[in-house]
Design a protein around this ligand. Structure first.
Ligand SMILES: [Zn+2]
Length: 299
């Protein structure tokens, strides 16, 4: 199972999280039958969401990341809860693109950079917080760091890596780091962090060497006194259910709900995050439409 570790420097100036997300990304790949470049793009977003979810303090909170960059992959979405458990969906999972001249997957071109990164934090109650920024490169890590800098004024280093074997795309390594400068950081903390970040190896290089997530944090925060806050297991989890599908359907117009069963006498609704299929008969759809009509009549 994948794990996230969270650390803080002794002075409280810098916070770091690191994750080995290999199983998360492999699960997303199996569920969505993603191509190599789609695996890398969706895997990076999923990895980021897991760390961002684990940073939420409220127990029932969740974070949703949505990227629409205008590239051939379409819209990518990842959602994580405050335990770092996460799920993801992608519009066009089978897109293939030529490798970049340096031999790397061209995630930026596949995602596109003409669009937005949206972040929604839902705290389980009250109004969700949402922010969005224009994409910088579509490479995702840079876009997440840009989001924190612009939308939340938190200087952030974000590194995300998904290494896909060229001969067998099921062979993966994936991970990420999120390092943030806290309000109490000194100038020397920031200088040291910048030097460390510049010297930091790519996440998948560190994982391939056998470094643990703690080793990764120690490399990023070299020269700081380090306190480990916690280490938690994270999984690919979808919370969909028949009730949720019915609630979502009830937001449609009553005649549109019933028309879903027109062709086959039933409707099959597939969850975009886990591919589970929910079959609803015409009678069930009529009941949902009737109660939707009643509740809209009450308003
Ligand atoms: Zn689902």
């Amino acid at each position: 199972m994948d794990r996230i570790i969270r650390c803080m420097t002794g002075s409280g100036g810098v916070m770091a999280a690191a994750i080995d997300s290999t199983y998360l990304v492999a699960t997303a790949q199996q569920l969505h039958h993603t191509s190599a470049v789609a695996t890398a793009a969706l895997g990076r977003l999923l990895t980021a969401s897991s760390m961002m979810g684990a940073m939420l303090k409220e127990k029932d909170a969740s974070v949703t990341l949505k990227i629409s960059g205008g590239g051939p992959l379409g819209t990518l979405t990842a959602i994580a809860d405050s335990s770092g458990n996460c799920r993801a969906g992608i519009e066009h999972p089978d897109v293939e693109l030529p490798l970049k001249p340096n031999g790397k997957l061209d995630v930026g071109a596949a995602v596109g950079n003409n669009g937005l990164l949206g972040v929604i934090r839902d705290f389980g109650e009250g109004v969700p917080y949402s922010g969005q920024v224009r994409l910088q490169s579509g490479e995702i890590a840079e876009d997440i760091a840009h989001y924190y800098a612009v939308s939340e004024q938190i200087p952030t280093v974000c590194a995300l890596g998904v290494l896909v074997d060229k001969n067998d795309i099921r062979r993966l390594l994936a991970g990420g780091m999120l390092i943030q400068v806290m309000p109490g950081a000194s100038e020397s903390d920031i200088d040291r962090l910048e030097k460390n970040a510049a010297a930091l190896e790519p996440v998948t290089t560190m994982l391939a060497k056998g470094m643990s997530t703690e080793d990764m944090c120690r490399a990023a925060l070299k020269g700081f006194e380090l306190e480990i806050l916690d280490e938690i297991p994270v999984s690919y989890v979808c919370h969909c259910s028949r009730e949720r599908v019915e609630r979502a359907l009830a937001t449609l117009k009553p005649k549109d709900i019933v028309s879903l069963a027109e062709e086959q006498g039933y409707a099959e609704i597939k969850c975009q995050y886990c591919n589970r299929v929910y079959r609803l008969t015409r009678g069930e759809l009529e009941n949902i439409a009737a109660s939707a009509a009643r509740s809209s009549g009450q308003k």
